[in-house]
Design a protein around this ligand. Structure first.
Ligand code: 13P
Length: 291
């Protein structure tokens, strides 16, 4: 029951009008903090890694840790590869045991985006129990190796979105709607809620076939998140906040215990701070008690 793909838990979320948090991690301690929070809140969970940590730590190592942790967890957990621009790396992660793969060919031409996305979808579906996420339009900001400036930002066209999903066979879909990676520069970022609602109606109006993903969770006001969920967002990605939480916790602990050379205590401080941050997200997303 514990190892799941993203689509199956997102379909339930979309039906129940809540969202599953998808939390980026870069190491074991962060992964444990995220899992602790989801278990204590009885929430389904998506653990994400960007491409860089998957190459640095090793895909097989990450999958082995995920499987070990998920095997004894009383909640469904998915391991997701985030924003991968390389088809071959997507396939490698699928082979190793990631259960959701995001091929991000959104910076390519429309036709090339379709071609690459479909190639990954076909590959993953042949393996089985892996869902695939694709993106149309571009999300501004920096995520791992992908950088999109604000004037390059392009929102997803609803009609094209439906065609994109149909032609690729995608399982879950991330339309660009104005949310951004990193920290928002204004208190009220310009997010096109209506566009998400229209795309959701066109794709999932009768039955939920292709649940929607919201990128750029860090810094979004709580009322925005609630509205995005009401418009069909069933997965909300959070990365920058957790990186900051981790580094701040390490820094604060070390600054306060400068003479103590005990790495385990630093790890404990990080794990606890991640647990608190993720628990807060789970409450906002409404996924507590849904596992
Ligand atoms: P943030 O870094 O803004 O939280 O965005 C995360 C994200 O969308 C990862 O795909």
């Amino acid at each position: 029951m514990s190892i799941v793909n993203a689509k199956e838990i997102m379909v339930e979320a979309a039906k129940g009008k809540y969202a599953v948090g998808a939390f980026n991690i870069t190491d074991l301690v962060q992964m444990e903090g995220v899992v602790d929070a989801a278990i204590s809140k009885k929430s389904p969970l998506i653990i994400q890694t960007s491409v860089k940590p998957s190459k640095f730590l090793g895909v097989d190592v990450l999958v082995a840790i995920y499987r070990t942790i998920a095997a004894s967890a009383p909640i469904p957990i998915c391991l997701h590869l985030d924003h991968c621009t390389e088809v071959e790396h997507c396939k490698k992660c699928a082979d190793a045991g990631y259960t959701n793969i995001m091929i991000d060919a959104s910076k390519q031409t429309y036709e090339e985006n379709i071609r690459q996305t479909k190639e990954v979808v076909d590959y993953c579906h042949k393996i089985g129990n892996i869902s695939v996420e694709g993106e149309l339009g571009t999300v501004s900001g920096v995520e791992d190796q992908i950088k999109v400036s604000e004037d390059e930002t392009q929102l997803a066209n609803p009609k094209q979105a439906v065609e994109f999903v149909e032609r690729t066979g995608l399982d879950i879909f991330a339309p660009a709607i104005g949310t951004a990676h990193g920290v928002y520069k204004t208190k009220n970022p310009k997010v096109d809620f209506e566009r998400l609602g229209i795309i959701n109606e066109m794709l999932n109006g009768k039955t939920i076939k292709t649940p929607l993903v919201v990128h750029g969770g860090t810094g979004l006001p709580e009322d925005y998140i609630k509205k995005l969920i009401a418009m069909g967002g069933a997965k909300v990605n959070v990365s920058t906040e957790l990186k900051r939480t981790m580094i701040d916790a390490e820094y604060e602990y070390i600054a306060a215990h400068r003479e103590e050379y005990d790495p385990g205590k630093v790890d404990e401080a990080v794990r606890a701070s991640i647990r608190t941050a993720v628990g807060h997200w789970i409450d906002i997303l409404g996924s507590a008690g849904k596992a």
